[in-house]
Design a protein around this ligand. Structure first.
Ligand code: ADP
Ligand code: MG
Length: 139
């Protein structure tokens, strides 16, 4: 196992419910180091670029509308095996199918409004941290 970077986004549904503090504490308790953190209102072009891999999917428009409806918390995280560990901690995409105790089970509402994003590979972890943070922001 090696040290990796991964991007977590606390999505608008969780921020609206004031759950960003509880989710951040969970990430800290799981051993992630916060390299950078920022609240942001993501623009439509920015989120369309971020989720470009999904642009042909039927839920793409709904996803982009959701992700831009209010502030999110962007987190560049570092840890041993960070990508897989974050995926384990957040759980399955659909909160109804997520394991007990996972962030999406605890805080997600449905397959679209599922509280958090986590990168899905080592390469995407680096790309996604770079999408929202410059190298100078990472400490
Ligand atoms: P994950 O976030 O678990 O990696 P995906 O990359 O497949 O999941 O999808 C990206 C995001 O798109 C999901 O987190 C969720 O917000 C949304 N999404 C995925 N599938 C659906 C769906 N069937 N209907 C609505 N929104 C969806
Ligand atoms: Mg994904």
């Amino acid at each position: 196992m090696t040290t990796q970077r991964t991007l977590c986004i606390i999505k608008p549904d969780a921020v609206e419910r004031r759950q960003q503090g509880a989710i951040l504490q969970r990430l800290l308790d799981e051993g992630f180091r916060v390299l950078a953190m920022r609240q942001a209102l993501i623009s439509r072009p920015q989120i369309e670029g971020f989720y470009a891999v999904h642009r042909e999917r039927p839920f793409f428009n709904e996803l982009c509308t959701f992700m831009t409806r209010g502030p999110v918390i962007l987190l560049a995280l570092e840890r041993e095996d960070a990508v897989q560990h974050l995926r384990n901690v957040i759980g399955a995409t659909d909160p109804a199918k997520a394991a007990a105790g996972t962030v999406r089970k605890l805080y997600g509402s449905n397959v679209g409004e599922n509280a958090v994003h986590g990168s899905d590979s080592d390469e995407n972890g680096r790309i996604e941290c770079g999408y929202y943070f410059s190298g100078m922001d990472l400490v």
